[in-house]
Ligand binder design. Structure first.
Ligand SMILES: C[S@@+](CC[C@H](N)C(=O)[O-])C[C@H]1O[C@@H](n2cnc3c(N)ncnc32)[C@H](O)[C@@H]1O
Length: 267
């Protein structure tokens, strides 16, 4: 079962390699390269760094390193703090090109903290827009594994695509399913429960700017023909009442993912 879940996110990553690397900065209106969109997460991380002074900051599924590089840049000169970007995709890591950042090619489902942290060091873990990659069944296991790699009192800040209304989460997860991906969008309440079940205390929840995905970008990313995409959206519109995050326009539609940031502490 565990191996099956590992393969789910590996396959998702392999499948979308063509949008990884240099292309990534342009996808979805430059969301993943924008300081403005990242500001609430950067501020939340900065607050924890200032107050708790972790020795190492690790971005799990950190992609091209935008978040970790921005945090390292903003950090006081002369700090001995270390910065790690861990991702399954070598194409994403190849874009980091910053000597302050250590890149690690590995999976957030089975990493070992000892490979980048000394026993006496304190870690802050971050992750943005990754947990949906492991599918519905993988999320519990993912959070359990991350918790197992933390000491009590350490922080984990997760920005996840999550929905307050479970019908919205279902509709968007179905959109992903129809595009033949295993990605699964979690209702916010379920994410909160999973955190608590896995040994975290949630200190704060902050809403982050939504990610707007246009249908032509999804067609390219997931290899779906425009005709098939039209059928998918028509079916979703007929089955879900007024999904507020699906907006049709002349050339297709836009889907908006809500994001929430959970600032969590390991118990
Ligand atoms: C939507 S991107 C977000 C990138 C980055 N967190 C950001 O916000 O800019 C998701 C990233 O998660 C990575 N990823 C997916 N599953 C992973 C896994 N099991 N372990 C490590 N990285 C993973 C992908 O390769 C991709 O770079």
């Amino acid at each position: 079962m565990d191996e099956q879940q590992d393969r789910i996110s590996e396959q998702e990553v392999i499948r979308e390699k063509k949008v990884h690397g240099a292309f990534w900065s342009r996808i979805y209106g430059g969301y993943f390269q924008s300081e403005e969109y990242a500001r609430p997460l950067l501020d939340a991380a900065d607050a924890v760094i200032q107050e708790h002074q972790p020795d190492v900051v690790v971005d799990l599924g950190g992609g091209t390193g935008f978040i970790i590089k921005t945090l390292a840049k903003d950090c006081a000169e002369g700090s001995a703090r270390r910065w790690v970007d861990m991702d399954l995709s070598q194409e994403q890591l190849s874009q980091v090109a910053d000597e302050r950042i250590t890149t690690v090619c590995g999976s957030m489902l089975d990493f070992d903290r000892c490979s980048f942290v000394l026993p006496e060091e304190e870690v802050l873990y971050l992750t943005r827009s990754t947990i949906h990659y492991v599918g519905m069944a993988g999320q519990r296991r993912l959070l359990r594994h991350i918790r197992s790699q933390m000491n009590p009192g350490e922080f984990f800040i997760v920005q996840a695509a999550a929905f307050e209304n479970s019908e919205d989460a279902l509709c968007l997860s179905e959109l992903f399913e129809r595009m033949q991906t295993e990605k699964w969008l979690i209702p916010l309440d379920s994410l909160k429960n999973l955190m608590v079940e896995n040994g975290f205390v949630i200190d704060r929840i902050i809403q982050a700017p939504p990610l707007v995905m246009h249908s032509d970008e999804m067609e390219y990313r997931y290899d779906v023909s425009p005709e098939h995409m039209k059928d998918i959206v028509q079916e979703l519109l007929s089955r879900y009442e007024h999904p507020r995050f699906l907006v049709c326009h002349e050339d297709g539609f836009a889907a908006a993912l809500d994001y929430f940031i959970l600032v969590c502490r390991a118990l």
